[in-house]
Structures are given as C-alpha cells and as structure tokens.
Ligand binder design. Structure first.
Ligand code: GTP
Ligand code: MG
Length: 205
C-alpha cells in the first residue's frame, strides 16, 4: 500500500474526543522509548509527523494521524516509565486502557517490543491484558538495526518460548522492524492494506 497523505488530526487524553468519522484505525503501544512514534514516521516517510525523543515519556496523549484520508495511525504514550505502580491495571494509564476497551474503530493494536531485550514482565502483562480485553494485536519488534540477524532470530525464538509457556497457544503474528533503516515497512503497510481492503469491501457491500 502506498501512503499518499498523512496528516495530524488531534491529540487528547479522552477517548470520547477521538475522531468520530468511523474510519479504521491502528494503534501503536509499548514501553516508553521502544520506538512507537519513530515507527509512525518511518511508515509515513515523514520524520516530523510524530514527535520523538531519546528520552522516554515523549508522547503523552492519544494522537490521531489520518492516512490517505481514509484510515488512522494512532500514536500512544508508552507504559513502564512511571516508577510507582501497583496492580497490572494501574501500570497502564487509565485513558490508555479506556482507549483499548472503548474504541470501536480500533482494528489492530501493534505492541512494540525492543528486539534487543529479553521478554519483560510489563510487556507480557500488557499482551495478556489485550488478550483478556479481546483486542486483536500483532507484535512489532523494533530497533532490529542494533543487533545481528542471528541474534534477532534467537531473541524472537526466546519470546515465542516465553509466550507459549505462558497463556498463549501460538506466537501472535509479528513483524521485525528498524525505523532508522526502514526495515519492515512494506510488510506492515501490506498487512494494514489487506485489512483495510476487507473492511472497505464489506462496507461497500
Ligand atoms: P515515548 O513516546 O516516550 O513512549 O517513546 P516512543 O516509543 O515513541 O519512542 P521514540 O519513537 O520517541 O524513539 C525513542 C528513541 O529510540 C529515539 O531516540 C529514536 O531515535 C530511537 N529509535 C526508535 N526506533 C529506532 C530504530 O528502529 N533504530 C534505532 N537505532 N533507534 C530507534
Ligand atoms: Mg512516542
């Protein structure tokens, strides 16, 4: 799929104020600094669309970017940054869980995982939370440029192992990406394009 236009529409912390034009949307979530905003910029070929920073905690709100005038990419704040947290639910900001539980336009969440690290408890908790909330999701491994392909394969295998020994029967669909090297761009856009096609066909029927 080609991206012809990408425009920022609105930022807010209230799901009720998100765009109401009922277009399919795809949200990016994951630990602070994992590369959510960078991935949106990489997909749209626009370095200045979503704000990025080397310091965690840059994105603080729900940000809607309209693509080709008929679907949205959604940049969300990261989790795992605030030091004080108790129950699983409290680890994820309330407006984020509200977004996932209430946003009917959400077609698929992309859970970003830094490919360099071992499975982190908070990511596994978030993946399990999405499973319980019945939110369709894929895993997106980020920063693949920082390790060798061999090491990346080993880390993905370890991730699969970890999920399968937990609550999951199979490895969720996943992508390997690097925003700085534009790795994984075609695969992600093709995946989104296929789902959009189905949705638009259904609506046209
Ligand atoms: P928050 O908004 O704070 O939750 O972070 P984020 O997940 O949006 O991360 P962001 O895109 O701001 O990137 C964080 C840092 O990682 C920045 O310094 C990026 O340049 C860097 N980064 C992101 N993706 C990649 C990548 O694929 N490769 C490399 N080498 N660096 C990356
Ligand atoms: Mg961000």
């Amino acid at each position: 799929m080609k991206i012809n236009t990408a425009e920022f529409i609105i930022s807010n912390s209230d799901v009720k104020k998100c765009p109401k034009d009922n277009l399919p949307e795809y949200a990016f979530i994951g630990r602070s600094n994992v590369g959510k905003s960078s991935l949106i910029n990489m997909l749209t070929n626009n370095k200045n669309l979503a704000k990025t920073s080397a310091r965690p905690g840059k994105t603080q709100l729900i940000n809607h970017f309209k693509i080709n005038s008929n679907w949205y990419l959604v940049d969300l704040p990261g989790y795992g940054y605030a030091k004080v947290s108790k129950t699983t639910k409290e680890k994820f900001q309330k407006f984020i869980t509200e977004y996932f539980e209430k946003r009917e336009q959400l077609v698929c969440a992309f859970v970003l995982i830094d490919i360099r690290h071992e499975a982190q408890k908070i990511d596994l908790e978030f993946i399990n939370y999405l499973g319980e909330a019945q939110v369709p999701f894929c895993i997106v491994f980020t920063k693949a440029d920082k390790i060798t392909e061999k090491k990346a394969e080993e880390n993905i295998a370890a991730y699969r192992e970890k999920l399968l020994t937990g609550d999951w029967e199979e490895m969720p669909k996943y992508f390997v990406t690097s925003s700085s090297k534009s790795v994984g761009r075609e695969a992600l856009l093709e995946y989104i394009g296929e789902i959009n096609k189905e949705i638009f066909n259904r609506q046209g029927a």
